[in-house]
Design a protein around this ligand. Sequence first.
Ligand SMILES: Cc1cc2nc3c(=O)[nH]c(=O)nc-3n(C[C@H](O)[C@H](O)[C@H](O)COP(=O)(O)OP(=O)(O)OC[C@H]3O[C@@H](n4cnc5c(N)ncnc54)[C@H](O)[C@@H]3O)c2cc1C
Length: 339
Amino acid sequence: MSNPLHRTDVAIVGAGPVGLFAVFQFGMLDMRCHVVDSLDVVGGQCSALYPEKPIYDIPGYPEIVAADLVARLEEQAHPFAPVYHLGQQVVSLTATDERRWLLETARGTRIDAKVVVITAGVGAFGPNRPPLEGIEKYEGRGVHYLVKRREDFRGKRVVIAGGGDSAVDWALSLADLAQGVAVVHRRPKFRAAPESIARLHALAGDGAIELVIPFQLAGLEGDDGKLRAVRVRDLEGHERRLAADVLLPFFGLTQNLGPIAGWGLNLERNHVVVDPATCATGSPGVFACGDIATYPGKLKLILCGFSETAMAAHAAYPLVHPGEALHFEYSTTKGVPGR
Ligand SMILES: Cc1cc2nc3c(=O)[nH]c(=O)nc-3n(C[C@H](O)[C@H](O)[C@H](O)COP(=O)(O)OP(=O)(O)OC[C@H]3O[C@@H](n4cnc5c(N)ncnc54)[C@H](O)[C@@H]3O)c2cc1C
């Protein structure tokens, strides 16, 4: 049996900051949205690459930490009841006979939409998975490639693998919350901010963090997807077993324009060419906003992506509500549902 078909006004490919704000802008014009992302969290680059960093050029916020901006955008989208399909990459986009679009994801989710908004940044994020047998059984339960909420690790035995910023920063951050933190790295040297490395060694000296160096991941132990231990091996083949509830492998994320390149869109150096007045692509009903969209003078800034979603929503309105006049209204006049 094939997967159920979701029928909606708008399908948004990418739940980065721009995709989230598109839910608000399209929602304000009475268009319902489904949002798909290959990551299992919303926020795109803000969540995957720099959740803890402050951003200084969001209008109205002299300073806002990226993760907080994502939380605010989710809150702003919430009244419009978006349906999220996370942890799945959109693999195909095809025109239907009814002048609509059919999207399919790698997990078989199918969305039939009148309008498609591509807010895919520089492509779908995916983790660099360590080659451990059966790791997929633990993903989302005992193995996480991104930290959504620090609190989730309270009282847990955490093994962190990797030697870069994410590994070091999360080891420092979880040290006082987790039951134990072990950092597995194949080299004695870490690649992170010098002050963070110094703090890591200081906490290791105090016994608050265990440095398992130079070791590499060798295997996982557990039952029914519940992790019990991580096996590690050094270069001489000596093995150790680290009791663990959670493994956080931080070996970086890959980004891949992937299937979007095959959707018949006009591309310029891996970006989708759009009309700067409407963000329309050459395919009727398909729009692109944010980092993936290009036009003369394009700036890859969050604030530019936000304004592009407003233009796309106005341009898309007659496709979703044919024959209905659109009267321009400010949010102050129109209000939002529930407020
Ligand atoms: C370290 C750093 C600091 C930055 N600082 C600033 C700053 O101070 N100010 C500023 O304005 N900008 C800053 N930026 C840039 C800013 O993060 C980007 O402009 C912004 O994230 C673009 O948003 P987006 O929604 O267009 O794309 P993204 O944030 O890239 O999100 C795109 C999403 O689409 C998903 N996706 C892609 N293809 C598919 C597919 N086929 N199926 C499903 N999902 C898919 C991806 O997984 C991703 O989650 C910074 C970037 C970095 C890396």
